[in-house]
Design a protein around this ligand. Structure first.
Ligand SMILES: *Cc1c(COP(=O)(O)O)cnc(C)c1O
Length: 363
């Protein structure tokens, strides 16, 4: 028998979450963001579950190839575009839409002898200050150069928001409103399509009138903002990180658990040992008290998470024994709750489930 840990992927939940996003998006073009191996759920699962999306948004060529091999025929948007001149042959072969965010990419397009048209999203920097053209004159120059290329079709202007997940950024920090204004200024008299919304914008800034939206995290049943709960947004967790108890220990008063002996029993305790540790992608930084569900009952972690194991207090699950099922996150323990305990966000935990954990797809 293999080690009992598995990441169960619920395709029905992926489909459901896409339908929720679709409702918010209305008739806008919906790019289902599936970078980072579909936030850890597998590009192939995304291809199978997101057929109601208009396109898939990815980052790297290997994942684009996997999506095409899995049968995705609709558009694929590469969110960082291409990196070197040779990439453009792959862009053509896989029929990819590319983000152009830098003059260097314009130059590569100018020097490329294309056999077929390449669709381009031009990225404008409205305040995030990662990617994109930030000055109106440079936007205009890039547009002029791209429109002079017969093998380039300029499809949309896009930008990315720094604070859509944050109701009230601190005074002086880039707000959504400020970015929208800057984006509008940079767009000038551009009459074509615009793409702005990520998950947080789609759910929390409903006044944004763009033509193409790019939700990611919500499709996987987690929230873009820690102040919200997935359930309240009608989202269903699409991943259950599941394992089993592989040992039970009886502790006397004063005995400790795990490395550093950070937990000391103040009463006799039954302790369950779970086959899951930080080498599986479970965060080492969670404190004692972080919930996991054992045989359907939420119980607290005690002591430090180690590489391959973590320990739980079985007081509230007296029936639990070796072989009992453990949910690290999923339905009973939202990934966002574990993330908050670890001082991070659900995105990171979902992406970081390690390759040694087998994915098992259902639904
Ligand atoms: C990752 C990404 C998204 C999706 O963000 P979520 O917060 O997961 O919805 C949208 N747009 C761009 C440019 C991205 O890189």
């Amino acid at each position: 028998m293999p080690r009992p840990i598995v990441a169960l992927i619920d395709r029905a939940a992926l489909r459901h979450n896409l339908a929720v996003a679709r409702q918010r998006a209305g008739t806008r073009f919906l790019w289902a963001v599936a970078k980072a191996d579909a936030y850890g759920h597998g590009v192939e699962s995304a291809v199978a579950a997101f057929d109601a999306a208009d396109g898939l948004a990815l980052l790297d060529f290997a994942e684009a190839q996997r999506a095409r091999s899995a049968g995705w025929r609709k558009p694929i948007l590469l969110l960082e575009g291409f990196f070197a001149p040779d990439d453009l042959a792959v862009v053509e072969r896989l029929d990819l839409t590319v983000v152009v965010h830098h003059e260097e990419q314009v130059r590569m397009l100018e020097h490329h002898a294309a056999a077929r048209p390449i669709d381009v999203y031009l990225k404008l920097n409205s305040g995030m200050n990662r990617l994109g053209f930030a000055a109106a004159a440079r936007v205009a120059a890039a547009v002029e150069r791209l429109q002079a290329l017969p093998h380039v079709r300029l499809r949309a202007f896009m930008t990315h928001l720094a604070n859509a997940d944050n109701g009230n950024p601190a005074q002086g920090r880039t707000s959504v409103e400020e970015q929208l204004q800057r984006f509008a200024r940079l767009c000038g008299d551009w009459r074509g399509a615009r793409s702005i919304s990520n998950s947080a914008a789609l759910f929390f800034h409903r006044g944004i009138a763009d033509d193409a939206v790019r939700p990611g995290i919500v499709l996987y049943g987690a929230v873009p903002a820690p102040s919200h709960r997935a359930e309240a947004l009608q989202l269903r967790p699409a991943m259950q990180l599941r394992s089993q108890l592989i040992a039970v220990q009886q502790l006397g008063v004063g005995e400790t658990v795990g490395y550093g002996a950070t937990f000391v029993a103040t009463q006799p305790l039954r302790i369950g040992v779970v086959a899951c540790g930080y080498a599986d992608g479970y965060p080492r930084s969670v404190p004692t008290g972080t919930p996991v569900a054992v045989a359907g009952v939420r119980v607290p972690i005690v002591g430090r998470v180690s590489m391959d194991m973590l320990c739980v207090d079985l007081t509230r699950a007296p029936q639990a024994t070796v072989g009992s099922e453990v949910e690290l996150w999923g339905q009973r323990v939202p990934v966002d709750e574990v993330a908050a305990a670890a001082g991070t966000i659900g995105y990171e935990l979902l992406c970081k489930v390690s390759p040694r954990v087998p994915r098992q797809v259902e639904g």
